[in-house]
Design a protein around this ligand. Structure first.
Ligand SMILES: C[S@@+](CC[C@H](N)C(=O)[O-])C[C@H]1O[C@@H](n2cnc3c(N)ncnc32)[C@H](O)[C@@H]1O
Ligand SMILES: [Zn+2]
Length: 321
């Protein structure tokens, strides 16, 4: 049995942003090892702990066994409306999404997320869908280039994709170290000096096979719909692609009228549904010293305004929890 150490990222800042109300109902959409959920409970909130990873769900059951205010749900936050509908819940006082992979996933070599530990090339956060090995061994070279470019801005995408296709013609690429070595040998010598040159390839493959970015914009809109008036949504991202999607999603909710500026009057009828809560927060020196993994974290938060339309989303049922 491996021991996992885990420090929740931007914990105080998240609690501050969510403004936990005793008895309020919150969704921790990426509950992981339950670090943030535990703090929501400690502040008197009730929490729905959602995670797509069955291993995380098992840990959450252990951690919150018999806790009267924790409900553990194996699911994907892309389906948040369906999840709430299934539970007969009308709306939430707050939602937290701490995106990306957990230390449980990164530190367990058998999951195949780490390029430093040899393991089957899996990288699935859940237990369904294609693995990274499936992708690496079957995808068209052009699609590999596209994935490496889109999801990691990989400058050597073409060389790496070509090297993968050449290698798999002799034997399938099935392990993390095999892939890491192919990438290392494919990039110019100068690119091998700093961090491991396969870092971006691993990030891109992980994002691709878990569909992390494709459905995120719609999921962020759906989660915002699920908030009660005055409800808060806090979201932590870990890289610029993710952060851009969060920033744009929150801006959409705060925007209001989208008519061209030269229209004499508004014809779209849109009014702002939310307001941004301060500037994005990043870890301070103290947090970085104890948790270097928090270094790329960025927290954005938004509050749902109490407009006539707020809380009238037909796709979420109206039953008090
Ligand atoms: C950064 S960790 C969260 C850590 C957690 N806040 C804690 O303190 O323990 C991200 C977690 O989100 C889960 N996850 C990522 N995308 C998800 C999605 N679309 N739906 C549900 N869970 C997701 C991952 O499986 C992982 O356990
Ligand atoms: Zn307008």
């Amino acid at each position: 049995m491996m021991a996992f150490t885990h420090i929740p990222v931007l914990l105080d800042e998240c609690m501050d942003a969510l403004n936990i109300q005793p008895g309020g109902l919150y969704m921790d959409a990426t509950a992981g090892l339950g670090g943030h959920s535990a703090q929501i409970l400690a502040n008197g909130g009730k929490v729905l702990c959602v995670d797509r990873d069955p291993q995380a769900i098992a840990k959450l059951h252990e951690r919150f066994a018999n806790h009267p205010h924790a409900t553990i749900i194996h699911g994907n936050f892309f389906d948040c409306k369906r999840i709430l509908h299934g539970l007969g819940i009308s709306s939430l006082n707050g939602i937290l999404a701490d995106l990306g992979v957990s230390s449980l996933q990164l530190d367990d070599p058998s999951r195949g997320f780490s390029l430093h530990k040899d393991a089957p090339l899996d990288m699935r956060m859940g237990n369904i869908g294609q693995t990274a090995a499936d992708a690496v061994n079957t995808l068209d070279e052009r699609l590999l280039v596209d994935i490496l470019t889109r999801f990691a801005d990989e400058p050597y995408a073409r060389r790496i994709a070509r090297a993968i296709v050449t290698a798999r013609a002799s034997a399938p690429v099935t392990t993390t170290l095999a892939l890491a070595n192919i990438v290392r040998d494919a990039v110019p010598a100068a690119a091998r000096r700093d961090k491991h040159p396969a870092r971006r390839t691993f990030q891109a493959l992980r994002i691709y096979i878990n569909g992390e970015l494709d459905r995120l914009p719609a999921a962020l809109d759906d989660m915002f719909d699920c908030l009660a008036p005055g409800g808060r949504f806090a979201c932590i991202s870990f890289h610029s692609l993710e952060d851009r999607i969060v920033k744009q999603a929150f801006a959409r909710q705060c925007q209001g009228c989208t008519c061209p500026p030269d229209f004499p009057k508004c014809v779209c009828g849109k009014t702002p549904r939310g307001r941004k809560l301060g500037k994005p927060r990043t870890p301070g020196q103290e947090e970085l010293a104890v948790n270097p993994r928090s270094r790329s974290a960025k927290l954005r938060a938004i509050e749902k305004l109490d407009t006539p339309e707020a809380g009238k989303d037909e796709s979420v049922v109206k039953i008090a929890f």
